[in-house]
Design a protein around this ligand. Structure first.
Ligand code: FE2
Ligand code: FE2
Length: 259
């Protein structure tokens, strides 16, 4: 495949009902320049210069709600991100991991860690996703849940025969059989292994697997009670409460903002 241009513009769907508020930048062509973290090193062609040349009174760089995405409520809650922003595989993976842990009678902290462990993959950043995911949820969950989310990434690479956890077969397929786990992950896994919350993170990794073709579809409502008891939804909505990770939630609300 030859080089691809970045998506240059988005034709706004102005025919959609504005619901309770109008779309921003109404009537103008919105230009999207994707965040470099997603395309550096790929065959996308950096077209920032070209886009800048397209600016005129009828064009703008995308800022605010993108009409091509499902509209978020003004005060978004956790499940709004599952419904309106996260990719299908991430949603299914997180809901099934959590529901299996719940059905097996695991502590709610483990269920919550299962539900949240990969949320950065849904709409933010994949590299070091455990660390990003932990930062996202830290202001809203018990520190033990945030710990499990953060360290699951490193612990996934490290077998623990005492609980029946082996190196994932899927990682051989994903990364190749000769993949070398980087030192920083081995160091962090070692730290986690000696921590009092190790078993919470380790139990989470036991429910962290993608291949459940035979598992029934899980709807978010099935986890509503656990979320209600274990996730502090801010009154202002995620992204607008001034927490240390509010900007990360806003980035998922407006993933195409120019600045
Ligand atoms: Fe993960
Ligand atoms: Fe996962």
């Amino acid at each position: 495949m030859g080089p691809r241009s970045l998506p240059m513009t988005i034709a706004a769907d102005e025919s959609r009902p504005p619901e309770d508020r109008p779309w921003p930048q109404h009537g103008r062509e919105r230009l999207i320049y994707p965040s470099p973290v997603g395309w550096k090193g790929t065959d996308f062609v950096d077209n920032e210069g070209e886009l800048l040349k397209l600016l005129n009174p009828k064009t703008v760089f995308m800022m605010g709600d993108n009409p091509a995405l499902p509209r978020m409520p003004e005060r978004p809650r956790l499940m709004d991100f599952f419904r309106c922003r996260f990719g299908d595989i991430t949603v299914r993976h997180l809901l099934i991991s959590a529901k299996r842990a719940l059905d097996d009678g695991l502590p709610e902290k483990v269920v919550m860690a299962c539900l949240l462990h990969d949320i950065s993959n849904g709409c933010l950043v994949r590299c070091d996703h455990g660390y990003w995911s932990a930062q996202l949820v830290e202001p809203y969950v018990d520190p033990e849940v945030a710990f499990a989310v953060k360290y699951h990434q490193a612990l996934r690479y490290v077998p623990d025969e005492s609980v029946g956890y082996a190196y994932p077969e899927s990682y051989h397929a994903f990364f190749g059989p000769d993949y070398q786990v980087p030192d920083y992950l081995l160091r962090d896994a070692e730290y986690a292994k000696n921590h009092k919350w190790y078993m919470t993170a380790r139990q989470m990794t036991l429910y962290d697997t993608y291949f459940f073709d035979d598992f029934p579809v899980v709807v978010p409502e099935e986890l509503e009670d656990v979320i209600g008891r274990n996730f502090r939804e801010p009154a202002e909505g995620l992204g607008f409460d001034g927490s240390p990770s509010a900007h990360m939630w806003r980035t998922m609300i407006w993933p195409n903002n120019f600045l």
